[in-house]
Design a protein around this ligand. Structure first.
Ligand code: FES
Ligand code: FE2
Length: 367
């Protein structure tokens, strides 16, 4: 057992995270090793790699990874670093039959095999020894996840508990809109942003005029979940209830009748994180009938068709304010029943960082 496996980072999941989780370098190092470089991490929506030859650079933890759709239609996740001198191979979305380094034109196929090294005598470079490392990549309901750990559990197993809830929302097919994703930098630890995205407890206070009139805190409820994945729900004025899925470490998505809106966080050190947002619509809905969450999406993507809804800036502001507090000395408070998803997240951290097996899936009947 390595030092990082020692349970001394363990904490009581029924309470808020300890201050050490936000300021202790040991936490940061353990999260990188045990979560961001070992667990499934959301990478992209599958539609961003729809055609053979599509290439999309992403960052998993702090590792540059290149997603590739090969000619057979299969997804691969390769190191995005040239096996020659480490140059970043692909910087933006591309479509090409090969991966060619911009520096000395070493060239790789879609499986990461080195097929050309210009001006190198045939026996000078062992091509087998200069392939791009490949990582685990799987797609789940159109969401592409990558893991740098070859032994991570299959994605279908990881999210099995909430799969029926998600399937029930996809009847008409979701049309993803990856080209309209946005990315922001928030001045807070990634866990602050993730927990905020998971729980509906803060809606009445932080989103008093933006969300609360449409998705009131009092109507939020727990459906099913565990440390691996959680489904919650709540009323959505004038429409079917929303379904909120939380997929730790960093992905949260909300299904309404005609849309799926999501947020993905990843760390930039201890005090900052990136927050990506995007949306998908049911095929036949067009841009109609999306309700308040659709308005929010319209705001995110800057579509003039929707009036401004400003709840994302509210989340950013409160998360950054949390960050200014939690690195001080405080005794972590008890979580309330409405924060059960945050308890699940605590078990997730204890599981990944300390090897503590999380409780089994638990469910509550719909209200
Ligand atoms: S660094 Fe890529 S070919 Fe030289
Ligand atoms: Fe919020």
């Amino acid at each position: 057992m390595t030092e990082l496996n020692a349970p001394r980072l363990a904490f009581d999941p029924n309470r808020a995270l300890p201050a050490a989780a936000y300021r202790d370098p040991e936490w940061l190092a353990a999260e990188k090793e045990k979560i961001w470089h070992a667990d499934w991490v959301f990478a992209a929506m599958e539609d961003a790699l729809a055609a053979p030859g599509d290439q999309l650079p992403v960052v998993i933890g702090d590792q540059p990874v290149l997603l590739v759709r090969n000619q057979a239609g299969e997804l691969a996740a390769l190191s995005n670093l040239c096996a020659h001198r480490g140059t970043l191979l692909v910087e933006g979305p591309a479509n090409a039959a090969r991966i060619r380094c911009p520096y000395h034109a070493w060239t790789y196929d879609h499986a990461g095999r080195l097929i050309a090294a210009p001006f190198a005598p045939e026996d000078a470079i062992d091509k087998q020894a200069h392939c791009l490392p490949a990582y685990r990549v799987e797609s789940w309901h159109g969401l592409v996840f990558v893991s740098l750990d070859p032994d991570v559990e299959p994605l279908a197993e990881r999210f099995a508990a909430i799969a029926p809830d998600v399937s029930s929302r996809e009847g008409n097919g979701l049309r993803h809109l990856s080209q309209q994703e946005t990315t922001q930098v928030w001045e807070c630890n990634w866990k602050v942003a993730m927990m905020n995205g998971m729980e509906s407890y803060h809606v009445f206070r932080v989103h008093a005029t933006t969300l609360e009139p449409f998705t009131p805190t009092r109507d939020a409820y727990y459906i099913t979940g565990s440390a691996r994945a959680t489904a919650t729900g709540g009323s959505n004025k004038g429409e079917d209830d929303y379904l909120l899925i939380s997929l730790p470490p960093g992905f949260v998505g909300v299904f309404t009748r005609d849309s799926f809106l999501w947020q993905a966080v990843s760390p930039l050190g201890q005090n900052r994180c990136t927050v990506r947002t995007g949306g998908s619509f049911v095929e036949d809905s067009g841009a109609r009938g999306l309700g308040r969450l659709g308005e929010w999406f319209g705001w995110i993507v800057g579509a003039a068709a929707y009036p401004a809804a400003d709840f994302l800036p509210e989340d950013k502001a409160i998360c950054e304010r949390v960050q200014r507090g939690v690195t001080g000395d405080f005794v972590p408070g008890r979580l309330v029943p409405m924060e059960r998803v945050v308890v699940d997240f605590g078990h997730y951290l204890n599981w990944r960082l300390n090897g503590i097996e999380p409780p089994a899936v638990h469910s509550e009947p719909a209200p």
